[in-house]
Structure formats: C-alpha cells, structure tokens
Design a binder for this molecule. Structure first.
Ligand SMILES: [Zn+2]
Length: 436
C-alpha cells in the first residue's frame, strides 16, 4: 500500500474479543482449512531469504518464483508463458553499506534511522549544522543562511521544516543540495518508501528521540545505486469460467515490498502485502477445485512494483491480457493481516450498489466486525483500473498492528482476525456479481 495519512487515523470501535470469533478457522468448500497455510505463506514471503521482495539481491524475483510455483501446483491457466508479464522500472536501491554515527555513537539502521527513498550515496564525516527555523519568517536570516557555505556539513532539519522548504524560493532547496548530507528528524515513526530517482547527497530520516540534542559531528556510509532499467514482473493466472468464460472477475494483490536498506536491514512487509498475496493464493486454491469452478472466469493478478508507485498495475492496464471491458469486477487485497476493527472498502462510496451487496452479505453472515466505505484513493493497485472505469474495490483490514513500511511489519504482529471473513466475503460477492 502507498503511504497515506488516512491509514494512520484509525478509529477504535471494536474490542479485541470480536476477532477471536472469526479468526480461528475457515472452510474452503469441501473441506475445513485452518489459517496455518496462510500464515506459512506470509512467513515465507516475509522471510530474510526474500530480502523484502525488493530490488536488492533480486528479492522480488525470488517472491515471483515462489508465486509461480504455487500457481503451477494449483493448475491455474496462464495467458503468458510462466504466468509472467515483465516490465522495466527505474529504481533507487541501497545494496551495500547503510551506517550512521553521531559523535562516534552508531545508530541502528531501520530502528533509529532510514534512508530517504531518493537518497544518493556518500561516505563522509562532517560537522552538524541546523536549519534555523527563522529562515521561514525572517528575510535577513534567510539571506544569512544562503550566504553561508554548507560544503562538508551535515544539515539537520526538523520534520515540519523539511516540508516547509517547498514554500521558500528555489534558491533554498538548491542551497541545501550543497550540504554533504541532509538529516530530517521525524517525531514518531520512520516510514520508508521507494523512488525512481536519486539526488546527489545522502538523505536520512532519523527518529528525533535518537538524535543527541548537542550533536556536533556525524559520519555516514551510504551505498545507493540507481538502476535505470530493472526488469520486474506481474504474475497472472486464472480459472476459466463454467458458463461465461469471456467474463472476468479479478482478485489482485501486490507481492513486492521495499526490499533491503543496506546489507543487514530489510523490510519484511508481512501485512504489506504478504497478507494479501496469501489471501489471493487461498482464493486461487478455492476456485481451482472442480466443485467450486466459477460461472465467470476468475483471474489472479499478483502485481509487482506497487511500492514503486503502482507500476505493475499501471503497466497491466496499458497491456491488458483480455479486453478491460470484459472485466466485470476487480477486488484488490492489500493489508489483510489484521481486522480487529473490521475492514474498509475504497470506492465503496462511489459504487453504492455493489457496496450494499457487501454490507448485506456481511450482516447475513457476520464475516467481519464492520465494513466502512471510502471514496476514491490512489493508494493501491485498484486505482489504475478505477481510472479506466473498471468497477473495482480495494479491501483492507483495520485495527491490530500499526507497523507500516517499517522493519516491524513482521508475521508475528498479524492477528489475521478478518482473514477468513474477507475470504468468504469475496467468494460470496463474486457469486452475487456473476448472478446479476
Ligand atoms: Zn506499501
């Protein structure tokens, strides 16, 4: 999922007890299935061997290999050789060293600091200097800042000021680019991301509480490499429809994540989005059983490069494998690992009728604690489809673990409270769409 403020402003409406009722087991048609396999999928995808499913040590290729194997075991059909739709991306990567020490004391990558997505490389040591907040309000002070050389210095900005820089004349951003390195102090949590460009200097985010108030000297070693033409992929398999095989329902989930930040730190991405990938695979397992063959064809799209800016789904809508007009509904799954507070449906406010179907199914079966509707949001892979008028919902779970785009997004944090509920909701919803 793409960073958005709304994600961080959950409301707590349900106690923890509700989830226990729904989280324990779920049945896949003929047989009852516990959450063990889903949990194992999440653990595999979030393991160090997958390197955070990013672009260092080919983590995303390893994840793709695993998904391909699972598709093959289920006997899914393929539109392309090996379920693969390849596409190139430009991506900034951090393959080597990632170290920061302040006054000789090392900080811990991932926990105390992270690199900004577009950080450049640099091995240096320099005096610490602050951006004086007065530059925003006092013109002579701003001019003094511009007149002072920043060469060789590590410039420290408060989070709020780093954002306010944009309100100043371009000369300020250009001047700041002359510093040896830029450190932004963030108040509560580190949130990593990816970029397709690179700036010339190292740029870091440091937790404000870990930065010594009177720091005089900082030294850092950052290896950053911009890869202009990295070939990654979407993985797409399907189960043909029994009655109308040229009508398509789609389950999508991105399998990529943020990868590595230096040799010793990686982002597991258990909730984002090993959980959605695991749910996609459980749904594929359901539909692949002969007794559950759907009326319409059901397609499973595991998208790559979502974290790099919805690149896989954008590529897909430009290179569709069947006419987009034949796509009756897409359900995108991203952040499916919790659910103590129920789920949210992006586009639920726009597509009122199908949203009412979801609500009715849920009030009938009590699959999840609550279903909230949201409007349009460009925060995951449903968005490029919505923009092309394909009916699409994005379902994400709420409550539980707050780890997001950080090193704490680990499998053991996930309750999977709404996992089974969403599984059933999607199956019932698809059946309702196909019966219209
Ligand atoms: Zn994400």
């Amino acid at each position: 999922m793409q960073p958005s403020t709304s994600l961080l402003t959950f409301t707590r409406r349900w106690g923890l007890g509700v989830g226990a009722l729904y989280g324990a087991t779920f049945s896949t048609g003929a047989q009852s299935q516990d959450l063990g396999r889903a949990r194992a999928t999440i653990t595999t995808l979030a393991a160090p061997a997958m390197h955070g499913r990013g672009y260092v040590t080919k983590g995303e290729h390893r994840a793709a290999h695993y998904i391909r194997q699972r598709f093959r075991q289920l006997g899914l059909r393929s539109f392309t050789p090996h379920y693969t739709q390849s596409f190139p991306i430009a991506i900034n990567t951090f393959p080597g060293r990632c170290a920061l020490a302040v006054d000789g004391k090392p900080l811990v990558p991932g926990t105390d600091f992270i690199l900004e997505p577009h950080s450049g490389p640099g091995h240096l040591s320099g005096p610490v200097t602050w951006l004086d907040t007065l530059v925003f309000t006092d013109e002579p002070d701003g001019q003094r800042f511009l007149d002072r050389s920043l060469q060789g210095q590590v410039l420290v900005l408060r989070h709020r000021d780093a954002e306010r820089i944009r309100t100043l004349p371009d000369a300020f951003a250009q001047h700041i680019a002359q510093a040896a390195a830029v450190v932004t102090l963030v108040p509560d949590k580190l949130t990593a991301s990816l970029a397709s460009q690179q700036v010339t200097q190292p740029r870091l985010q440091v937790l404000a509480s870990r930065w010594p108030a009177r720091a005089a000297q900082a030294s850092l070693q950052v290896d950053a490499r911009l890869v202009p033409n990295y070939l990654t992929q979407n993985l797409i398999g399907y189960v043909p429809g029994r009655i109308q095989p040229d009508s398509f329902l789609v389950v999508s989930a991105h399998y990529d994540h943020l990868g590595r930040m230096g040799k010793n730190t990686y982002f597991p991405g258990a909730n984002d989005n090993a959980s959605g990938t695991a749910l996609l695979l459980e749904l594929a397992d359901y539909y692949a059983r002969p007794e559950n063959q759907p009326a319409y064809s059901v397609v499973f799209m595991a998208f790559g490069a979502e974290e790099a800016g919805l690149l896989g789904s954008n590529y897909y809508v430009q290179h569709p494998l069947f006419p987009l007009e034949r796509l009756r509904f897409l359900v995108n799954l991203d952040l499916e690992g919790t659910g103590e507070e129920g789920i949210t449906v992006v586009n639920g406010r726009l597509l009122e009728k199908p949203f009412r179907v979801l609500e009715q199914l849920n009030s009938q079966h009590r699959y999840v604690a609550s279903i909230a509707a949201r409007g349009r949001a460009a925060n995951s892979d449903h968005y490029p489809f919505s923009e092309r008028n394909v009916p699409a919902f994005f379902l994400y779970t709420r409550g539980g673990s707050k780890a997001y785009h950080d090193v704490n997004d680990q499998p053991q944090q996930l309750s999977l409270t709404a996992f089974a509920g969403v599984f059933h909701l999607v199956i019932d919803f698809f059946a309702a769409v196909a019966h219209q």
